[in-house]
Ligand binder design. Structure first.
Ligand code: ADP
Ligand code: ASP
Ligand code: MG
Length: 402
């Protein structure tokens, strides 16, 4: 759609009345430039965390369907308040929940995927000249049950809408000026990246840089959505994310740290064909995403298998692992929440042996033990002690002179 801009405002940008007013003003500025505007908003401030805490006080293992019902209310509060603020400034506006604007998802609660967006309602409102405010992070499945897209999922709502409506631009407004070489709240010297490729930012997002939801970047790349990350607090130019980015001899683009992971180890698993298949297909059936995998070869008839998962899925993953261990007669299952994954990201990293050695040297200089290493074309990751994660990130950022 010509002249259409999709803007997404994160939780901190709408955390209180003053900020909601400011965001309302910013949306109106865009509208007054002659653009059609669709806005996606997250829940105010820490609302989502607070709702989760409430549920956990009632039930240590709350049903996923009810969690989605609960968490989706956070975004419903912010869309209505933002619409009320915009209306107060004299502009036509309508707020819509995920269901109302036809965001149809899979039925996997707490991590649903968008399958389709039936855009006619949004198109009708835009045609009537209204600003459309959409609740991020939520949709409905084919039974009309409310679903959510995983923590940070409002970014994905925004990109999906931009793709379906063929917007000219999708702007992600947040509390930092753009994508940095490392989390600017941890690494003081981190610098803002002016332009970055979808692939590089996808690796950063998938390895813990929470500035963008990984799925949103995947979708932006797939549908070639022009994406910008910028601050809602100022007018600084943000980070442009696109297909090709000119290389200025920089190999390492960014460093990220994922502290939201856990390691599960299964000891003395019989050394037989089909064992890994059995374990990882059971995890896949439970929709548990497995990241790093190591199998220690014991030179006996048994091996130890370790893997990392998202900490939110720990309970479920441990129960799958325990069931598997019992069935194959493994010795025991242990888990460890005291781990973090530190990654260096950049196109061509793996082809350059010096980068890995510098990364490992930096960890050695701090006396940090590497538990697991994994690599891809554009990334090297190490699993380390969580307590030393931030310190390691700061040191490596210096070492690579970013
Ligand atoms: P929002 O509520 O706007 O979605 P998030 O908290 O999800 O905001 O994401 C923004 C935060 O991401 C920043 O405050 C910053 O601390 C963190 N972050 C982590 N890694 C990076 C990075 N490489 N560049 C920018 N921000 C990062
Ligand atoms: N409110 C949701 C969360 O806190 C979604 C989002 O902010 O993107 O995870
Ligand atoms: Mg976010």
């Amino acid at each position: 759609m010509q002249d259409l801009i999709v803007q997404k405002y994160g939780g901190s940008s709408v955390a209180n009345v003053e900020r909601i007013k400011r965001v309302a003003g910013r949306i109106i500025e865009t509208k007054e430039k002659g653009k059609k505007v669709v806005v996606v908003v997250s829940a105010m401030g820490d609302t989502t965390d607070e709702l989760i805490d409430l549920a956990m006080k009632l039930n240590a293992n709350p049903p996923s369907r009810e969690m989605d019902m609960l968490l989706a209310t956070g975004e419903q509060v912010s869309i209505s308040l933002l619409a009320i603020a915009i209306q107060a400034k004299g502009h036509d506006v309508v707020s819509l929940t995920g269901a109302q604007c036809g965001i149809i998802t899979s039925s996997v609660h707490k991590k649903a995927r968008i399958n389709d967006i039936q855009t006619y309602r949004i198109e009708k409102e835009l045609a009537a000249g209204k600003i459309v405010i959409v609740a991020g992070f939520q949709g409905v499945d084919e039974n009309r049950d409310i679903t959510t897209l995983g923590r940070g999922g409002s970014d994905t709502s925004a990109v999906a809408l931009a793709a379906s409506l063929k917007a000219e631009l999708c702007e992600i407004y947040t509390d930092v000026d753009g994508v940095y070489t490392a989390d600017p709240r941890v690494v003081e010297e981190a610098s803002k990246i002016d332009e970055i490729s979808y692939q590089e930012v996808l690796e950063m997002a998938s390895t813990g840089a929470k500035v963008l939801h990984p799925r949103s970047v995947e979708m932006a790349e797939k549908f070639k959505v022009p994406l910008v990350v910028r601050s809602s607090y100022n007018y600084n130019e943000g980070t442009i994310i696109k297909e090709e980015v000119k290389m200025e001899k920089v190999l390492v683009r960014g460093i990220s740290l994922d502290e939201n992971i856990a390691k599960i180890s299964i000891f003395e698993v019989p050394d037989q064909p089909g064992i890994a298949f059995r374990l990882f297909s059971a995890l896949a059936k439970s929709n548990i995403h497995v990241d790093m995998i190591v199998q220690n070869v014991n030179r006996t008839a048994v091996n130890d298998i370790s893997f990392t998962i998202d900490v939110d899925e720990l309970q479920e993953a441990v129960s799958v692992a325990q069931k598997f261990a019992f069935e194959v007669n493994a010795q025991k299952v242990e888990y460890d929440q005291g781990v973090a994954k530190l990654s260096v990201i950049g196109t061509g990293i793996v082809a350059n042996a010096e980068i890995a050695s510098k990364f490992f040297e930096a960890l050695f200089e701090l006396g940090i033990n590497i538990q697991t290493i994994s690599t891809s074309e554009i990334k090297i990751s190490c699993l380390i002690d969580k307590e030393r994660g931030k310190e390691a990130m700061v040191h490596i950022h210096k070492k690579f002179d970013m």
